[in-house]
Design a binder for this molecule. Sequence first.
Ligand SMILES: Cc1cc2nc3c(=O)[nH]c(=O)nc-3n(C[C@H](O)[C@H](O)[C@H](O)COP(=O)(O)OP(=O)(O)OC[C@H]3O[C@@H](n4cnc5c(N)ncnc54)[C@H](O)[C@@H]3O)c2cc1C
Length: 359
Amino acid sequence: MIGAGLAGLGFAWHAAPHAHVTVLEQGEHPLAEASAQNAGMVRRLVTGARERALARRTHARLMTLPCRPGDDWHELAPFRATGAVLALEHDVHRLDAALADLRRFGITADELDAEALARRAPALAAARVARAVWLPDEGVCDAWSLGQGFLRGALRNGARLMLGTRVVSLLVRGGRVRGAVTDRGVIESDLVVIAAGAWSARLAASAGLRRAITPRARHLFRSTPHACAVDPHPWCWIDDAGLYLRPEAGGFLMSPCDETDDQPADGPGSRREPRDDARELLGEKLLRLLPALDDLAIAGGWIGHRTFTPSREPLIGPDPELAGLGWVAGLGGFGLSCGLAIAEDAARLLVPEATACEG
Ligand SMILES: Cc1cc2nc3c(=O)[nH]c(=O)nc-3n(C[C@H](O)[C@H](O)[C@H](O)COP(=O)(O)OP(=O)(O)OC[C@H]3O[C@@H](n4cnc5c(N)ncnc54)[C@H](O)[C@@H]3O)c2cc1C
């Protein structure tokens, strides 16, 4: 298994009771790349049917993570229900099919008038939006806590974590993958699973495979403390305008939903300093859409990497061409929202014995 982010550790948690799992991680710490750069919003109201189904399953799993003494998530409690507001500036029917689908599954999603919107989400008081929907059961997931639980469970079941170990190439012999060549030597294995986030395509290329898995940079910014950032405040996303925010540490964590191709260099450390054009884009959107935040000051931020396949669906399971190679990659902007279900499916596809591990 290459990569100790949410994808790799989630897979290891599911696979370790049934297989000998070694997790190779180039960084000195697990969960330090995309899994440490995200906004943590768990969102089921999305247009893609497969993503929505994965998100519904992940939400159900997050709500029932074992947290009692002795359990993997004891004293971690990664998921917190905060409620969410999904709003639309112009394209009011954009989420209709997804809403109907969620309601069919009994998920509450109520329309908000201007007064109710201001009450539910003070940051959106008098917001210049045409429609807003309240989802009381959405929430925020702390990636570090979720990943620590995965790691505890995987180690308890015999998995090994090798930090500071960078895979340089896949070891291919006799037409199949036989292991990984690392900067600390060769590690042989019947199955190598790539869960390397932004670096995934590069590892495939080391075995002569072209896999279109593209890292795309996105900014997150923090504001200085603001009176509207009361706790609890739902996370809020103006979907067609491309603007989201959620309260954190007395201010807001926000993104202008920018997206640019950007390949991080070899080795750990994909987080970058924010650019001025993205800061300006965020400022313009806040000014245009959210009068309640017209005095909000942006304090700082970072650029992180979300990694997508062309279809924007995750790549999971055996490689279609090269035996001995498996995938848990392309978790895009939905690694928290869908990650548990993705890891579960990947384990079912790659470790046949894992089929029995979930109901
Ligand atoms: C700005 C931003 C906001 C986001 N907001 C949300 C959100 O609100 N909700 C949501 O659901 N998702 C969100 N996401 C997405 C989520 O963070 C990702 O989908 C998820 O973290 C991906 O996990 P991963 O394990 O695939 O990748 P990573 O966490 O990047 O893990 C990959 C690991 O592989 C290791 N690795 C790579 N190459 C090698 C090698 N050659 N040898 C050894 N190790 C290697 C890396 O060091 C890294 O630790 C956001 C992402 C970003 C960047």
